[in-house]
Design a protein around this ligand. Structure first.
Ligand code: NAP
Length: 306
């Protein structure tokens, strides 16, 4: 039986480890502060943001949710970020993506003070990751490394294949695995014979946003499979095909009108992997835990209480 890498369990472990650090900061000076900027109304982003704000409250952190209108200009949003950069009580700033088309997202991300960039997306922090220097790390890949380590899955010397080269998941995940001494291959939409490359992986990270694309023939028997994909299926025939008419999934679809699936065929993972992350309940919960960890670290560093 494969090991199911339970992201909820590891998230809770990480949160419990953060509590005494947050209490120490609050007792010595003040609680860590996180500012979340959510522009306009975007259903998925609102859910993510609410979860982030709720988690920080539950942990005893201070959080501020700013919700400027959808019509905001780049300059107006820059002014908001600059005010947050200057605030002493804010250690972490998160600007929820995607931003509306009239806003220059790159300029906004560049304007966040690197030491408050708890998403780890600022080019300065990406450079620190490349160079192996301490700095906030991108949360989703950092969560993947935590998951592997806490389940005692060896990384050093193993073949890791990362499918996807985005700035927020694929690239930083590949760099982090390399720093953990894996031999890393990065794949993308132009990779020839993706299945053959994936079959070499002892650790396969799928981060494409392509529902259940990774099929059984992509998997080496016993591989560890990290499924980052979060794809919403809203067609009954897709749910029936991918989940082989699973009564639970069909019922969930009938209730909600959609169900989530990762980038890996769930049946293939269960049949062939040695360990794998379920969707939902695998990588997703860790992203928020690592955001909290980055904010606590930023506060410790800014308050000189490391
Ligand atoms: P993205 O920016 O759209 O990047 C997708 C990457 O996958 C690109 O590099 C693309 O290649 C590659 N790709 C697309 N189709 C492919 C194919 N058929 N074969 C090989 N490579 C292919 O996506 P992202 O932001 O990294 O997110 C990826 C997935 O992870 C999404 O489902 C997203 O919702 C999910 N996600 C989950 C979490 C979490 O917390 N669980 C966090 C972030 C993202 P090219 O570069 O050649 O275009």
């Amino acid at each position: 039986m494969p090991t199911i890498l339970d992201g909820v369990h590891i998230r809770d472990q990480i949160k419990e480890e953060l509590r005494p650090r947050i209490a120490r900061l609050a007792a010595a000076r003040r609680p860590p502060g996180l500012a979340v900027v959510l522009v306009g109304s975007h259903a998925a982003s609102e859910i993510y943001v609410r979860t982030k704000v709720k988690t920080s409250h539950d942990l005893g952190m201070y959080s501020d949710l700013l919700s400027p209108p959808e019509t905001i200009t780049t300059d107006e949003l820059l002014a908001i970020v600059n005010r947050l950069n200057a605030r002493d009580d804010i250690d972490g700033i998160l600007v929820q993506l995607p931003l509306p088309p009239q806003v220059d997202s790159k300029r906004i991300l560049l304007s966040i003070a690197p030491e408050k960039d708890v998403d780890g997306f600022h080019p300065y922090n990406v450079g620190c990751l490349v160079a192996g220097l301490p700095a906030p790390r991108a949360c989703t890949p950092a969560g993947i490394i935590q998951l592997l380590k806490r389940y005692d899955i060896a990384i050093a010397g193993r073949r890791a294949v990362v499918v996807g080269r985005s700035d927020i998941v694929g690239k930083p995940a590949a760099l982090m695995l390399m720093h953990e001494h894996a031999t890393v291959t990065i794949c993308h939409s132009k990779t020839v014979d993706l299945a053959a490359v994936c079959r070499e992986a002892d650790i396969l990270v799928a981060a494409m946003g392509r529902p259940a694309l990774v099929a059984e023939e992509y998997l080496k028997p016993g591989a560890t499979v990290i499924d980052v994909g979060m794809n919403s299926l809203d067609r009954r025939e897709d749910v029936a095909r991918i989940f082989r008419n699973s009564a639970d999934k069909v019922a969930a679809f009938e209730r909600r009108g959609s169900v989530l699936v990762g980038d890996v065929d769930p049946h293939a993972m269960a049949a062939k992997a040695g360990a794998y992350t379920p969707v939902p309940g695998g990588v997703g919960p860790l992203t928020i835990a690592m955001l909290m960890a980055n904010t606590v670290e930023a506060a410790e560093s800014r308050l000189g209480l490391c």
